[in-house]
Design a binder for this molecule. Structure first.
Ligand code: FMN
Length: 183
């Protein structure tokens, strides 16, 4: 199983990066292969709501805003499973995660059951390194995204500074279990 691990913090050594490292460890421990995406190192801008609200995302299921999105969208479609890890900003996904998921949703939700993510398992992780507040609202929108693109929620995992030690273990085990089930 090829798992795409996408994480969306500007910090290479923060809580989000630690969660990503744990997820990668879990996938590899189960014999899966990993492609890691540091989203903030790419140029994936926000949806432009082209034309009168719908652009080619609706007609051809491809985004017409040319940047790093097109290659990443193709990578997402080729993966067998996704692990999405975002820092919690204001109780929501980071801006980079929101930009990516918005654009993928427009392209894939409009395919209905033909979505390239249909039935693929997804683990979503919300890393709240400040007050610890806002993981649930963040995961709520991640869950809604998973449903819109017709993927399958494998797990939704909140993490904060206090739960970090045991949640890293949980993330590793969730990734391992997801790969093991689908092997
Ligand atoms: C704009 C912004 C908003 C934030 N909002 C929240 C929040 O709602 N709840 C929280 O616990 N932490 C919040 N934080 C703290 C981040 O969740 C914290 O920096 C987290 O550890 C990010 O992951 P990182 O360590 O990988 O950067 C916020 C940080 C920023 C920059």
């Amino acid at each position: 199983m090829n798992v795409l691990v996408i994480h969306s913090s500007p910090n290479d050594d923060g809580l989000t990066a630690a969660c990503a490292a744990a997820a990668i460890e879990g996938v590899r421990a189960a014999g899966g292969t990993v492609e890691e995406i540091r989203l903030n190192a790419l140029n994936v801008g926000m949806c432009q709501a082209c034309n009168r609200g719908w652009g080619t995302c609706q007609s051809t299921h491809a985004c017409q805003v040319a940047d790093d999105f097109q290659a990443l969208h193709a990578q997402i479609c080729c993966a067998d499973a996704l692990i999405l890890i975002t820092p919690v900003y204001w109780g929501e996904m980071s801006e980079s995660a929101k930009a990516l998921t918005d654009r993928v949703r427009r392209c894939e939700a409009t395919r209905g059951a033909e979505s390239c993510l249909a039935d693929k398992p997804v683990i979503a992780v919300a890393a709240a390194g400040g007050s610890g507040n806002g993981t649930i609202t963040c995961l709520l929108s991640m869950e809604r995204w998973i449903q819109h693109v017709r993927a399958r929620v494998w797990d939704l995992l909140p993490v904060n500074r206090w739960s970090r030690p045991y949640k890293l273990t949980t993330i590793r085990e969730a990734a391992r279990a997801m790969v093991t089930e689908r092997r």
